[in-house]
Design a protein. Sequence first.
Length: 127
Amino acid sequence: MVHVVKTTLKAKSNVIINTVDKFVPAGLSLVVNSADIEVNEYGYGCILVSAGTETGTATLDVKYQVKGTDGVYYDHTSATQITGAGSALTKITALDGITGRIVVTIVGSSEADGYADVYVEFITKTR
């Protein structure tokens, strides 16, 4: 007799920034850290980044970090850098760790450089 095992694929969406204008303050950089995201039940994922009209000269960087048992965040995967209006999808083929987070950094050369309609989403999936 053959037993058939049915597994259900799971996916989870974590929207980090939801279509909001983001501009750098006088310090010329803006960093947004997501809350901790439990990833131990998921095998892989992707980072979706979209930015509208650019003001001034800005760059938008997004990365996935893994949190160690020491409480320190370690860089894992960086998304394609956005340097003008546009979008990028970055696949993560192995979500390591138990907990992770997404870090969004916008850097400009002048105060108020940045992007309209910034959207960042982190999708995790089981295999």
